[in-house]
Design a protein around this ligand. Structure first.
Ligand code: GLC
Ligand code: CA
Length: 584
């Protein structure tokens, strides 16, 4: 185990800073609140925190629009509060990585204010400014036909100086010009600021969008509006696949330009001047591993979570097969099933989609949530969990457009009515579903008003999911030995004390089995061999393993097992059982 880095052994937990723990009772989470919950996290058994952006921000994209890279947003507290949080986390052997938004700043960042102030401002070239082609402000006057991924043109006309600036995301998030060495310098200064303070690394936001084609060629395909229309109407797998290709064509000159890899090598060298820090890329593109140890340390295995419905053994095996085979030597995998941009694990990998309003979980959702955690903690690679997942928080669809905080929903709602011809009710549901507020609601700490997140007479920044009153809260689950929370704790402990689950090679078994997943994790240096079996069916199973070991020692089961030693010929499994053994 010694030869492995901390981030290879760690389990990460993502904190969404607006929603985790409200210390001063204003309806928004903050560092004093988060610091007070570090004991909870230590007891849960995680090793690292990924903190979504905590920088000053007008919050147009919920913090992913940074207006100062070297400070703390006042609602979270002060820089000293952050430092205290960091120190207290370190005291508990919990590392902290920050979210670094490289591609763009907020339009309220001082750099952009200066840049837009005049054509000859020294910071003009820090962003991407271009003349229009034709008449100013007219659609064919745009520099080219590129779209913003959040909808509409990627170009915004600025009348003060009569030019357009480029934004891949919202127009409130102008792209930095990474071809300007001063930008690189300024951003690396920000990176050093936090590393000097002692943070353990960064999750790199939207890393594939950093560069765009310097000649700004028009893309040849359909426009985004056409694609969105097709998306809303798409039904078959073929239609969705076709869509996928069309979207790639749409952004071909705006993402994944090869230049980004030199930049990442640069950043890696910078980070390597510090001891033991880590870089995690928000991308699934394996090229960001570089040769395996000269770009990013970790790249998310997003394809695993992109299944159409509940995860199946076949889907998981196929994912692992292709993913592990294509990793460069020395590269370390990284798995996740949920984050602040996606449906919650409990909803997404349950048996059906959650209904509007108060979601009624399906019978086996809780069992499936256990399987999802077991998968994260037993596959080869560093797992990332998302706050609230451990108590089975579900997606919550806001029932009033005035409550939307995610501007992708605010933006989609009128378009769905006016362009797609949906009724206001349908549009509301669709905007709530496509948007990301659903998975960002406040953490549910207890069965008290507002889920114990903030005082009863305070309106939290997003409504608390009312299912806090139905047992989906920390306090109730702490008391219940059979709760999902206690399952998380037990499994995290089992992983921590089983080296083969952390460093062992992954070898799939029974590769045709459709209702269960079985694999070995073998760590020769540790002299340990584990068999993991996850029953994805609601049936009892009897499975024969033709392994040299005839017996196995119980390491973990989601169910009650009478004996510490189990026969493998055959092995009996309960419905949805998570079963881990050490082969002796
Ligand atoms: C990433 C973030 C997302 C944000 C976007 C723009 O995808 O995860 O929340 O909206 O980048 O910064
Ligand atoms: Ca607060």
């Amino acid at each position: 185990m010694e030869k492995y880095k901390w981030w290879q052994k760690a389990v990460f937990y993502q904190i969404y800073p607006h929603s985790f723990a409200d210390g001063n009772g204003d309806g928004i989470s903050d560092f004093p609140g988060m610091t007070a919950k570090l004991d909870y996290l230590q007891d849960l058994g995680i090793d690292g925190i990924w903190l979504s952006p905590h920088y000053p921000s007008p919050f147009y994209d919920c913090g992913y629009d940074v207006s100062d890279y070297t400070d703390v947003s006042p609602e979270y507290g002060t820089l000293a509060d952050f430092k205290h949080f960091l120190d207290e986390a370190h005291q508990r052997n919990i590392r902290v990585i920050l979210d670094m938004v490289l591609n763009h700043t907020s339009d309220q960042h001082q750099w952009f204010r200066e840049s837009r102030s005049s054509r000859d401002n020294p910071k003009r070239d820090w962003y991407i400014w271009r003349d229009g082609k034709g008449e100013q402000g007219s659609l064919d006057g745009l520099p080219n036909n590129w779209d913003s991924t959040f909808g509409g043109s990627a170009w915004e006309y600025d009348s003060a100086t009569g030019q357009y600036y480029y934004h891949f995301f919202f127009k409130e998030q102008p792209d930095l010009n990474w071809r300007n060495p001063e930008v690189i310098q300024a951003m690396w200064d920000a990176v050093r600021f936090w590393l000097d303070m002692g943070v353990d690394g960064f999750r790199l936001d939207a890393v594939s969008t950093v560069y765009e084609h310097p000649d700004l060629p028009d893309h040849p395909g359909q426009s985004m509006i056409e694609l969105q229309q097709a998306y809303i109407n798409a039904k078959t797998r073929e239609e969705f696949d076709q869509q996928e290709k069309a979207w790639q064509a749409l952004f071909q000159y705006q993402i994944d330009l090869p230049e980004v890899h030199n930049l990442m090598k640069d950043l890696r060298q910078l980070v390597d001047q510090y001891e033991d820090r880590v870089l995690v890329g928000e991308t699934d593109d394996l090229r960001f591993y570089g040769s395996g140890d000269d770009e990013l340390h970790l790249i998310f295995n997003f394809p695993l979570m992109q299944s159409d419905g509940p995860l199946t053994p076949t889907w998981i095996r196929d994912n692992q097969k292709s993913r592990l085979a294509s990793l460069p030597p020395q590269a370390w995998p990284c798995n996740t099933l949920g984050n602040h941009d996606n449906s919650r694990v409990f909803s997404r990998f349950g048996e059906g989609s959650v209904e509007l309003g108060l979601p009624e979980p399906h019978t086996n959702d809780a069992s499936r949530a256990r399987l999802s955690l077991a998968l994260m903690l037993t596959l080869l690679g560093t797992p990332f969990l998302y706050n609230g997942e451990e108590i089975g928080m579900t997606d919550y669809y806001l029932n009033d457009p005035a409550l939307f905080r995610d501007n992708t929903s605010t933006y989609a709602y009128p378009l769905l009515i006016n362009l797609a011809g949906k009724s206001p009710e349908e549009a509301l549901k669709m905007a709530a579903m496509f948007g990301r507020d659903k998975c960002r609601t406040p953490m549910q700490w207890s069965n008290a008003p507002n889920g114990g997140f903030c005082p009863a007479d305070v309106t939290p920044w997003l409504p608390v999911n009312p299912n806090y009153a139905k047992g989906i809260n920390v306090a109730d689950q702490e008391k219940d030995p059979g709760s999902l929370l206690n399952f998380y704790k037990r499994m995290l402990r089992a992983r921590r004390s089983t080296p083969a689950l952390i460093t062992g090679d992954y070898t799939p078994l029974h590769e045709k089995a459709e209702n269960y997943l079985a694999f070995l994790r073998i760590a020769p240096q540790e002299g340990q061999k584990c068999l993991v079996v996850l029953n994805y069916s609601d049936q009892e199973l009897e499975i024969s393993f033709n392994l040299p070991a005839k017996q196995a020692r119980l390491i973990f089961s989601s169910h009650t097992r009478r004996s510490q030693v189990e026969s493998l010929n055959p092995l009996n499994l309960q419905p949805y059982e998570v079963f881990i053994m050490e082969l002796t």
